[in-house]
Design a protein around this ligand. Structure first.
Ligand code: DGT
Ligand code: CA
Ligand code: CA
Ligand code: ZN
Length: 576
């Protein structure tokens, strides 16, 4: 059966391979698949069991796409996609991850130089062959070479962004859970710790029928190559080269197995030492005193027996969490239910926004929010921004909707674009018309560190600025973040009281957990935002919060956990 995730994954792969095939990400057919993805993602109901007539009522889904969805549902594959996969094997598709290497260039270097994988590409760069091709040149060749180095696309260093791994892991785990002889299927490893990029997918399955589970796993359509299949562990590779480890344990050992396979390794080693210090032994099978099982059913049982408070997975990195849990106590980490609003939030006033003001307000209410700041793009962001006149009309629209929705406070805000020298959209007076502004970098990612740092410091000292959005501008695994003197930025944030955003978009997760933890060591405000461009993006708040926990972020520091009065006075304090 084809759920929404499987359909979206199929369409996304079609879009990617079609872009390669046509030599352009803008090709009509690629755009058509992308529109269909948006439609399917936003479609409220179930995907499986729909007829063709029902499928084509979904926005962006035409007859040809509907046929492919039905084909996937009926046969588990799509002929068109299989043909494209044949033509573009994974090692070649992998090259699309390199920034500056678009489908057109890839097509060219494949045709002219016979480049089929990373190794061949690196050889071609070393042999200075790329620069000889029409439209490329020396600069492009060097840029591609640097991009490969910075992305760490090499062999075992290769990590998969959480944004790709998490949906696949969830889809696998939920299929396992539906199986009658599976008690529970739990995603563990670095995904559970909410690392932004992961080495593989680890799933622990509690079952009395390990053999049946292993057969079930090997029949998944994602299995491209079996790495191993034994009594307790089945491992395979997907077509994209992602490794999946599924381990079976008996239900009464689930807690100790989850603990072990969630890691991190450093956390496990410290836990095991703590057990030894207390005359016990800890393994994935349980905590033992001689032959006696002291604890194994739940993680909490094991932590209890080791005289530790329960340690949330994002903290399990062996960086002081065990000392804290066994001593003065862990900090009161921010939790999803503490969040009272979203302060980086787009409507279709932004060129890339896809839901109306009303729909975004309704969505915020459905999430129980007390306030939101509409931060549509400022004028400079060429295609997506708004002129002054448009912004003022937008303000009127927000003020009038405020009367319709008295139960939520609506802030008239803006996402100001930070120019290369730190300049911001509009002029200083106009910027103060906004109730709230987040300022972000959307261009000039390659400036040297000192210039980039001055650029950001200039922006955050502007009195209209309340928060710095997605600090580094990274896209995990695709675009490295800008180079910054983080200490200087943190100093600036501390002095001004400007909040550091943790952007919950899974492919951003920016600022990083490391930077967030550094911010926690100082007196710096944080804000966890979704940067929603559509009502379906509100789910990112869960991701932002989970990721913030990785940075040991506590509730009291997060401005959008504050009540509306405190928030408003903080937001206005530099504006008068
Ligand atoms: P990854 O996959 O590189 O993103 O990171 P993890 O943490 O998911 O690592 P992985 O998949 O190699 O192993 C999953 C967990 O299993 C890991 O977090 C802790 C545990 N583990 C693996 N190897 C060892 C080991 O040698 N010693 C201990 N104590 N635990 C281990
Ligand atoms: Ca792993
Ligand atoms: Ca693993
Ligand atoms: Zn934004």
């Amino acid at each position: 059966m084809a759920g929404r995730t499987e359909v979206v994954r199929m369409l996304a792969e079609l879009a990617k391979l079609t872009a390669l095939d046509e030599g352009s990400p803008q090709a009509f057919r690629v755009r058509a698949y992308e529109k269909a993805i948006h439609g399917v993602e936003a479609h409220p109901g179930e995907m499986s069991g729909l007829s063709k007539a029902e499928l084509i009522t979904i926005a962006g889904v035409g007859g040809a796409t509907a046929d492919k969805i039905l084909e996937l549902e009926a046969t588990g594959q799509v002929a068109k996609l299989e043909a494209l996969r044949e033509k573009y094997p994974p090692p070649f598709v992998e090259l699309t991850k390199i920034p500056g290497l678009g489908p057109k260039t890839l097509k060219l270097i494949r045709a002219e130089l016979g480049v089929e994988d990373l190794e061949a590409l690196e050889d071609a760069i070393a042999g200075e062959q790329l620069r000889e091709l029409p439209g490329l040149g020396k600069t492009t060749e060097e840029k591609i070479g640097r991009a490969i180095e910075r992305l760490g696309l090499h062999g075992k260093d290769r990590r998969t962004p959480l944004v790709e791994a998490l949906p696949l892991a969830r889809s696998l785990a939920s299929r396992l859970e539906e199986k009658s002889d599976v008690d529970e299927a739990v995603i563990c490893g670095s995904i559970r710790r909410f690392s932004e990029a992961v080495g593989d997918i680890d799933i622990v399955v509690a079952t009395r029928e390990p053999r049946a589970v292993s057969e079930f796993v090997l029949a998944f359509s994602e299995v491209a190559e079996v790495i191993g299949s034994g009594e307790t562990k089945t491992s395979f590779l997907t077509r994209e080269g992602m490794q999946v480890d599924v381990r079976t344990v008996s239900p009464e050992q689930l807690g100790s197995a989850m603990l072990y396979f969630t890691g991190s390794k450093a956390h496990n080693i410290a836990l095991r030492q703590r057990a030894i210090d207390r005359g016990m032994l800890l393994s994935e099978y349980g905590l033992f005193e001689g032959d006696r099982v002291v604890a194994s059913v739940t993680e909490t049982d094991v932590y209890d027996a080791l005289e530790l408070e329960y340690i949330p997975p994002p903290l399990r990195e062996g960086t002081g969490e065990i000392e804290a849990a066994g001593g003065d106590g862990l900090p009161r980490l921010v939790a999803r239910e503490d969040i009272k609003g979203d302060l980086h939030y787009h409507s279709d006033r932004s060129g890339d926004g896809r839901s109306s003001l009303e729909d975004m307000i309704e969505a915020a209410l459905a999430h129980g929010y007390q306030y939101v700041a509409f931060t549509d793009h400022g004028e400079d962001l060429s295609i997506n921004g708004s002129s002054r006149e448009e912004m003022l009309a937008h303000r009127d629209a927000i003020r009038s909707l405020q009367e319709t929705y008295p139960e939520i406070t609506l802030l008239f805000g803006c996402e100001l674009n930070i120019g290369p020298d730190g300049g911001l959209d509009y002029d200083p007076e106009f910027r103060l018309e906004f109730d709230y502004c987040v300022a972000s970098i959307h261009s000039y990612f390659d400036l040297p560190s000192d210039q980039q740092t001055i650029r950001l410091l200039t922006a955050l000292h502007d009195p209209s600025v309340n928060a710095i959005g997605h600090l580094s501008g990274r896209y995990v695994g695709r675009r490295p973040g800008v180079e910054l003197d983080i200490e200087a930025i943190l100093e600036g944030l501390e002095v001004t009281g400007v909040a550091l955003e943790i952007n919950g978009a899974l492919d951003r997760l920016d600022a990083s957990a490391e930077v967030a933890r550094q911010a926690m060591a100082r007196d710096i405000n944080l804000v966890i935002d979704t940067d929603s461009h559509h009502t379906k993006d509100l789910v990112r708040m869960n991701y932002g919060v989970e990721y913030a926990r990785r940075g040991w972020v506590t509730s009291d520091r997060v401005v959008n956990t504050w009540g509306v009065d405190r928030l408003l006075s903080w937001a206005a304090r530099r504006r008068s």
